[in-house]
Every structure is written in structure tokens, then in C-alpha cells.
Design a binder for this molecule. Structure first.
Ligand code: NAP
Ligand code: GDP
Length: 320
């Protein structure tokens, strides 16, 4: 008998990456059903229950979220808090009600304490410190909604014995990203801007100083890690999914990788009238590597090149 794993946010970036991975590498005895907002708005409790009743999943990988980059988080703190609280609440409630055997929910490394506000938290950040101080103020709404996923997951585990786990990926990029000019994350935004600069003969402009540091993960790599965790990780504590701290790079380096992938050779401009947001949030992947030591991360320049090529082939239909 096949078991059904329902993936929410199935047409988003990570959901699309997972769809491709399971198409290429099927998991024996399991079928995947990818659902998105057209199949049921997860901010609506009744719609969420109807979706669960229709799909009847044995497992759920909950990727749907109200997601965006720094400038969306600053502009839409209310929606980032409320939409994510509602979606996560309804998915957990329905997962218990419909007897889901395993639920994987997604945190983010941006939900961890901001180190400059919490001197007792040292870098690189590890899983245990998630509630030990405020997150960076720029993404307070999103971060608190995601932190409650950890609280709620553990509460269901303790009270009802539910196998709910939480995974905390670092900044993600890859095919099927959101390319909104104002509200996307940095890599899709830079890809879109460099593409326009190449086509129009204009400057490639990066917002902020380019000095902040981030760890990035390519969405197909992360999709593989989520699937590995679905089948292999059963602990209450979150698991950070990221390349190691030695892979942390500046936004300027990312912009240069994007420029190289496009063959943009003029100087890159930095518009410092835009804020930089969080300077860094270095995380350790020691726990991940102790559990999954052979995992291979796609090298950043290669993954950025592949993402640029995807955008060039899909720019007319890419999400905004
Ligand atoms: P994404 O591309 O925006 O995908 C999210 C999906 O959720 C979209 O398909 C979206 O549909 C869907 N969705 C939004 N509101 C919904 C609703 N009310 N009901 C049902 N579906 C809804 O995001 P992603 O980057 O793949 O993110 C996947 C997960 O990783 C999220 O949980 C996110 O918080 C987490 N994460 C992301 C990053 C990152 O850098 N991107 C970093 C850390 C963690 P529409 O497109 O139609 O709105
Ligand atoms: P964050 O990692 O959660 O802060 O979110 P982002 O993916 O939005 O990355 C933000 C960092 O990239 C900040 O330091 C921004 O100043 C910088 N950045 C540079 N250009 C852009 C851009 O065009 N869009 C976005 N979102 N960030 C940019």
C-alpha cells in the first residue's frame, strides 16, 4: 500500500525543487502530492481541513508560507506574522486531527536571536538557542511566527505523541524562486536586476553596502535534505540545514557570482540609501553533518549559474 506524503507550498521554490527531486529519484512505497493555494488556502481553517480530508496524507511536508526578503519583511510585518501563524496553526491542527504520522515544518535561520542584541549567544548559532533572545528587528513578525512552530510542534509531541519535526534552512535560492522587484530575496532580485542591466545596457545596482554575510543553500540540495529528514530525523529539537560557516559569503560576492554568470563586466554599483538589514547570522551545520556526513552541497558559483540559466529560460513566466 502506497503512503501519501502531501507537500504544501508545492508550486513554490522549494516545493518545485522537491517535485523535481522525487520525479528523478522516487521514494519506494511513497507517493507525493504537491498542493498549493489553489488547492486550499491554509490561512482558512475550513479550507485546510477540507484539503486534508481530500488528500488523506500519512505524511505532510509543510513548506507553504508567506515568504519574502528583507524589504518585504520590513514593509509587511503584520502579514508576515499573521498569515504564517494561521497557516502553521491550521496545518498542525489538521495533521493531528487526520492522524498524520509525520509532519515536517519549516523554520528559518533568520528566526534565531540577533547576536548583537544577545551577547550571551555566540556565533556560530546552534539549534539550542532559538528562544534565547530577540530576532533581528527587520523580520520580527516572520521570525516570531516561525518560532512558534517550534513551540507548537513540541507541544503536540509532548501532549499527543505526534511525530512533528522542524527544520531550519538558511537562505534558499534556485529555480522557481519569486522575482518580485521589491519583495523577493537577494539572489532572485539580483538575477532579475542583472538580466535587465544586460538587456538594457544599464548599471547593475545592489541595494545596501554589499557587506552583510549570509550562508546560502541551493533549493534542490535543500529538497534532498528535507526528504532525508522526513525519513531519518525524528527529534523534537530543530535541525539547522545549511552549508558550514566557512561557506558564509558577502552580498557583494553573491552579486559578483551573478554578474559572472551573465557575463556582466561593468563595475557593480552599491546603493547605500537602502538598509543592510542583519549583518550576519552565522549558523553551524555540525548537527546535520554528524547525522548525514556524506551530504554534498552544490558549489555556490555552479548553483548560481544554474539559477541564472533557469531565469533566462523562464523570465516571461517567472513568479513576481
Ligand atoms: P515560496 O517560493 O514563496 O513558496 C511558498 C509557497 O507557499 C508558494 O507556492 C505560495 O503560493 C504558497 N502559499 C502562500 N500562501 C499560502 C496560503 N495562504 N495557502 C496555501 N499556500 C500558500 O517560498 P520558498 O522560498 O519555497 O519557502 C519554502 C519554505 O522555506 C517556507 O516555509 C519558508 O518560510 C522557508 N524558508 C525560506 C527561505 C528562503 O530564503 N526562501 C529561507 C528559510 C526558510 P503563492 O506563490 O501562490 O503565494
Ligand atoms: P535576509 O537574508 O533575510 O536579510 O533577506 P534578503 O534575501 O532580502 O537579503 C538581504 C540582504 O541582501 C541585505 O543585506 C540587502 O541589503 C541585500 N540586498 C542587496 N540587493 C538586494 C535586493 O535587490 N533585494 C534584496 N531583497 N536584498 C538585497
Amino acid at each position: 500500500m502506497m503512503k501519501t506524503i502531501m507537500v504544501t507550498g508545492g508550486r513554490g521554490m522549494l516545493g518545485s525543487g522537491m517535485h523535481e527531486v522525487v520525479r528523478q529519484e522516487p521514494r519506494a512505497g511513497h507517493e507525493f502530492v504537491f498542493v498549493d493555494i489553489e488547492d486550499g488556502d491554509l490561512t482558512d481553517k475550513a479550507a485546510t481541513r477540507t484539503l486534508f480530508g481530500r488528500v488523506r496524507p500519512e505524511g505532510v511536508i509543510h513548506l507553504a508560507a508567506d515568504v519574502g526578503g528583507l524589504y518585504k519583511n520590513v514593509a509587511q510585518g503584520v502579514e508576515m506574522l499573521e498569515n504564517n501563524l494561521l497557516m502553521n496553526m491550521h496545518v498542525m491542527q489538521s495533521s493531528r486531527e487526520f492522524g498524520v504520522e509525520k509532519l515536517v515544518t519549516c523554520l528559518s535561520t533568520c528566526v534565531f536571536p540577533e547576536q548583537t542584541l544577545c551577547p550571551h549567544v555566540s556565533l556560530p548559532i546552534e539549534e539550542t538557542v532559538v528562544h534565547m533572545g530577540p530576532p533581528h528587528p527587520s523580520n520580527e513578525g516572520y521570525a516570531h511566527a516561525k518560532r512558534l512552530v517550534d513551540v507548537q510542534s513540541r507541544a503536540y509531541r509532548k501532549q499527543y505523541g505526534c511525530n512533528f519535526i522542524t527544520l531550519a534552512p538558511t537562505n534558499i535560492f534556485g529555480p522557481h524562486d519569486n522575482y518580485s522587484p521589491e519583495h523577493s530575496h537577494v539572489i532572485p532580485s539580483l538575477i532579475r536586476k542583472c538580466d535587465a542591466a544586460m538587456r538594457d545596457g544599464t548599471d547593475f545596482v545592489v541595494w545596501g553596502s554589499g557587506k552583510p554575510l549570509r550562508q546560502f543553500i541551493y533549493s534542490p540540495d535543500l529538497a534532498r535534505l528535507f526528504l532525508w529528514a522526513y525519513f531519518n530525523y525524528d527529534e523534537a529539537e530543530p535541525l539547522i540545514l545549511a552549508p558550514g560557516p566557512d561557506q558564509e559569503v558577502s552580498i557583494a560576492t553573491i552579486a559578483q557570482h551573478v554578474a559572472d554568470a551573465f557575463g556582466y563586466t561593468k563595475p557593480i554599483r552599491f546603493d547605500t540609501s537602502y538598509s543592510d538589514g542583519q549583518f550576519k547570522r552565522t549558523v553551524t551545520n555540525a548537527k546535520l553533518m554528524s547525522r548525514n556526513p556524506s551530504f554534498h552541497f552544490t558549489p555556490l558559483p555552479e548553483a548560481i549559474k544554474a539559477s541564472v540559466e533557469w531565469f533566462q529560460a523562464n523570465r516571461e513566466t517567472a513568479r513576481l
